[in-house]
Write a protein that binds this ligand. Structure first.
Ligand code: RP5
Length: 172
């Protein structure tokens, strides 16, 4: 099977103020040798561009869309309503308001028939969006599946190493 190409994953975010958080997502994808398309598109401030992006994503070769937004976060849902592609939502923690709960509820509470796979708020969600997108693509990409196996093995080994270090420091 072929490796994921550079445009298999698109990341869209509502504002440049989301970029520092979503950079964590981009960084993880890079470890899988995936360079996503990255856009700043707002469901509210640039609704026509959001619609155009969603309408053309599949024909442009995108397979998974990661959509991050804060506050009344409609970006992931608005895109999901216009594309058959899987949409992963990442609620952003805005500097004002109810610390990301607004975005979480806006992202996760989609009506039946138009799902958004909502991740956790903030950096944890940004990182998991990358891993979840890779898991989707790895279903039909053996090379990527092997990298995913290695990622999981390395993660497990890192925790075991931390425990070993702790036990040594405790004299156990
Ligand atoms: C949302 O509003 C964005 O995704 C961002 O999280 C939040 C604040 O946007 P800015 O005022 O920082 O541009 O649309």
């Amino acid at each position: 099977m072929t490796a994921a190409n550079s445009s298999s994953i698109a990341i869209v975010m509502g504002s440049d103020s989301d970029l520092a958080t979503m950079q964590k997502c981009i960084d993880i994808l890079k470890t899988f040798d995936i360079s996503p398309e990255v856009r700043i598109i707002s469901a509210h401030r640039t609704p026509d561009i959001a619609a155009e992006f969603a309408d053309n994503a599949k024909s442009n070769g995108v397979k998974v869309i990661i959509a991050a937004a804060g506050m009344a976060a409609h970006l992931a849902g608005a895109i999901a309503g216009r594309t058959p592609l899987p949409v992963i939502g990442v609620p952003m923690q805005a500097s004002e308001g109810p610390t990301g709960m607004d975005a979480l509820l806006s992202t996760v509470q989609m009506p039946p028939g138009v799902p958004v796979a909502s991740m956790a708020i903030g950096v944890a969600g940004a990182k998991n969006a990358a891993v979840f997108a890779v898991q989707i693509l790895a279903l039909s990409d053996d090379e990527l599946a092997a990298k995913l196996d290695k990622f999981r093995e390395d993660q497990t080994a890192a925790v075991i190493a931390k425990d070993k270090k702790l036990q040594e420091s405790l004299g156990n």
